[in-house]
Design a protein around this ligand. Structure first.
Ligand code: B12
Length: 212
């Protein structure tokens, strides 16, 4: 584990900020910084699951991570200013789930790769996803969920798209720590991604191959 990952795991906010600033100074890519932080925050989740950390620690890790993202955003924005628009992507965290750090990373990366992103936020009701797919004409919908209890919500969204006659016009990609091939199959999504870059690649392929 890197020094930055360890500092995040240990919830040492000052150290995290110091290390991130130093890395930005050394022109380390924001993506590499995110990956290091990811390792630390996964360790926080494990410490929480094993009872060594409490909910307040989980919350603090989220705040530290959001602080890091705020530092990285201007650097990611510079990357996006130089790109042509590839297409639109709609994304949100499903109903009952308020985790948004990973989703926000995906949003930033999609923008940096030339997507117009409509971010519906967290705890998004199924009908809002359906309405936005309809009105935006997007070819890609991204659903995020981090809880075992909320991944069935992703299936609900996909079923609702079918009922609205919209399923054929949009590819659905699901993401978040809980997703895997079994969850993809259960929900009926077209793809899943546990990391933001793989998600961006999928979205690009939809527009480049003019699928959906
Ligand atoms: C920070 C955190 C919180 C913060 C969230 C702050 C925020 N603004 O998001 C707070 C404190 C609010 C929180 C609350 C809870 N949490 Co929480 N949380 C975490 C923690 C430690 C980190 C999550 C995170 O941000 N990871 C970093 C990001 C970058 O990773 P990521 O989200 O996986 O995203 C990456 C990929 O998955 C992917 N991705 C994500 N979304 C999408 C979407 C698309 C379309 C694509 C393509 C890709 C993609 O790209 C990202 C970058 O690579 C995790 C531990 C873990 N292992 O995930 C627990 C964890 C998710 N939480 C957990 C729990 C239990 C809870 C609570 C129920 C606790 C409680 N008793 O209240 C509540 C639930 C609240 C709710 N209704 O949603 C459990 C879930 C267990 C489970 N499998 O169901 C975990 C796994 C901890 C654990 N090990 O027990 N949590």
């Amino acid at each position: 584990m890197t020094e930055l990952a360890k500092a995040l795991r240990d919830l040492d906010e000052d150290k995290v900020n110091e290390l991130v600033d130093a890395k930005l100074e050394q022109k380390v890519s924001p993506i590499d910084i995110i990956n290091e932080c990811n390792e630390g925050i996964v360790a926080v989740g494990e410490l929480y699951a094993s009872g060594k950390y409490f909910l307040t620690d989980l919350m603090l890790s989220g705040e530290i991570m959001q602080g890091v993202m705020a530092k990285l955003e201007p650097y990611i924005a510079v990357m996006s200013a130089e790109r042509q628009i590839i297409g639109t992507a709609v994304i949100g965290t499903v109903s009952g789930d308020i985790h948004d750090i990973g989703k926000n990373i995906v949003v930033n990366l999609l923008r940096s790769h030339g997507f117009k992103v409509i971010d519906l936020g967290v705890d998004v009701p199924t009908e809002n996803f359906v309405e936005m797919v309809k009105t935006s004409g997007t070819k890609v919908l991204g659903l995020s969920a981090l809880l075992n209890t909320t991944y069935p919500e992703m299936k609900n969204v996909i079923e609702a798209l079918k009922e609205a006659g919209l399923r054929d016009q949009v590819k659905v990609i699901i993401g978040g720590a809980v997703v895997n091939e079994d969850v993809r199959e259960f929900t009926g999504a077209d793809a899943y991604a546990n990391d933001a870059l793989a998600g961006v690649e999928f979205c690009k392929s939809v527009y480049e191959n003019n699928e959906a």
